[in-house]
Design a protein around this ligand. Structure first.
Ligand code: CDP
Length: 203
């Protein structure tokens, strides 16, 4: 039986951490859909055309370093292009309906990719909190960035992601909003699990 958990939210809101923990808790598979856009963005930085890169995306393209600010920025630029998004739909929907349950995190999972998902979460936090978390994550990996640069990146991508015409970032009407600004990781994960348990009970 399939059961889809859709987790959306702005940049560096903790979707990845929450999604992984939720998937492990329920024994579901997890797909970070941001990686698909990042992989297309990286191919574009290497010289490829965006739509062709999205249509030709292969598993190998997801290997290596995709979590840099440059790749994130290019990801949000290619994510504006409707044909790029369309090229990635089938893979995401097939993943969502796999047997055994699936957690997908991104920007448009609850609104466009899986509007029928029984459990939808919108994980968010203030821009300052998100930028601080991303700053710590990037510097821990040895990347040389400043707090100001990271905050600017987060705000710029949020604006582009929210204002685009196709599949803009916004909570689905029936999404449970979890603001993690004042929560620890454990508290955010517990809140997500509780919200999903409730939806499972209804199913
Ligand atoms: O990790 P972070 O939240 O910073 O970003 P990500 O989830 O890896 O996504 C990178 C970029 O891909 C976003 O800024 C979006 O522009 C785009 N994206 C999207 O448009 N739709 C998705 N379902 C996932 C990501």
């Amino acid at each position: 039986m399939s059961f889809t958990v859709a987790i959306d939210g702005p940049a560096a809101a903790g979707k990845g951490t929450v999604s992984k923990a939720v998937a492990a808790h329920f024994g579901f598979a997890h797909l970070d859909t941001g990686l698909l856009y990042r992989a297309v963005g990286r191919r574009v930085l290497e010289g490829a055309a965006p739509v062709a890169a999205a249509r030709a995306l292969r598993a190998e393209d997801l290997e290596g370093e995709l979590r840099t600010p440059e790749v994130a920025q290019e990801a949000s630029r290619v994510a504006v292009i409707p044909e790029v998004r369309a090229a990635l739909v089938d893979f995401q929907r097939a993943f969502a309906t796999r047997a055994g349950g699936a957690v997908l995190d991104g920007r448009d999972i609850g609104t466009v990719i899986c509007p029928e998902a029984p459990a939808k979460l919108f994980v968010t936090a203030s821009p300052e909190v998100r930028a601080e978390r991303r700053y710590l994550e990037l510097t821990a990996k040895g990347l040389e960035v400043t707090r100001e640069e990271v905050l600017a990146d987060v705000k710029e991508r949020d604006a582009r992601d929210s204002e685009r015409a196709t599949a803009p970032l916004k909570p689905a009407g029936d999404a449970v909003v979890i603001d993690t600004s004042e929560m620890s990781i454990d508290e955010a994960v517990a809140a997500a699990i509780a919200a999903i348990e409730e939806k499972r009970g209804e199913g």
